[in-house]
Design a protein around this ligand. Structure first.
Ligand code: HEM
Ligand code: HEM
Length: 176
């Protein structure tokens, strides 16, 4: 089992990062919507910490993924049955990279601007990325809200695309 990507296959490092992030992103879309709507009390406050911690791990994984792809470029996508599906897939992949940087950063900016420490796994305190201010907080969370809806749309399109192909595209990402 090769760690490196080749011209026609995904190595296990790319596949492991892909599936860890897929699981994390889907769980975070659910957890984020839950915490934004729950009645906040002492008993469920920890869910905010969990959401922030996983979000920062996902940002780190995205950076790792980019570095890994510079070291070991992934294979080109297999051609789809119509050209518009190829460009749609390319745009969704690009959007994932942009959104998976902008979504955690907007959450981090908003959380820091609230004046509370951004504590990861109850251990590491991250520096605030913006001054403590209601304007910064509400603008950053408005951005976080909109971008997470775009991210959810990309996930739906991406999964629909992957599941409707019968040319080995999914097998390549599952088994290499
Ligand atoms: C939900 C979060 C997900 C994200 C952020 C994500 C992201 C990506 C990205 C950026 C790529 C391009 C290759 C790369 O850069 O590594 C990719 C490829 C792929 N993904 Fe996902 N993915 C997600 C979930 C899924 C799910 C649930 C499935 C299966 C149902 C899936 C199936 C695939 C397949 C088959 C490819 C290879 C496409 C090709 O060869 O062109 N992904 N994914
Ligand atoms: C890929 C990573 C992330 C995803 C997918 C994500 C997703 C979400 C979603 C879907 C919501 C609910 C938005 C709404 O419907 O109102 C949310 C809220 C929230 N997120 Fe994230 N998030 C991520 C990263 C982060 C990070 C890194 C932080 C902070 C360090 C953060 C802090 C928050 C906070 C505090 C809320 C609640 C906002 C409110 O009460 O209105 N998120 N997130």
């Amino acid at each position: 089992m090769s760690a490196l990507n080749t011209e026609s296959s995904f190595g296990w490092v790319t596949r492991a990062i892909h599936w860890a992030m897929a699981l994390g992103v889907i769980a975070m879309l659910g957890l984020g919507s839950y915490i934004a709507r729950m009645e906040v009390g002492m008993s469920n406050l920890w869910l905010f910490g969990l959401h922030k911690s996983i979000g920062v791990v996902l940002l780190a994984l995205l950076i790792l993924r980019l570095i890994w792809h510079l070291a070991s470029p992934p294979p080109r996508s297999l051609p789809a049955d119509t050209p518009w599906k190829d460009s749609a897939a390319r745009w969704v992949h690009r959007s994932f990279y942009v959104l998976l940087i902008a979504v955690p950063l907007s959450g981090w900016v908003g959380s820091g601007a609230s004046g509370l420490d951004v504590v990861i796994f109850e251990r590491f305190t991250l520096p605030p990325l913006a001054p403590t201010s209601e304007a910064w907080e509400s603008s950053a969370f408005a951005v976080h809200f909109v971008l997470t809806k775009l991210l959810a749309l990309c996930v739906v399109l991406h999964v629909a695309g992957a599941l409707t192909r019968r040319d080995g595209t999914l097998r390549r990402m599952v088994r290499g």
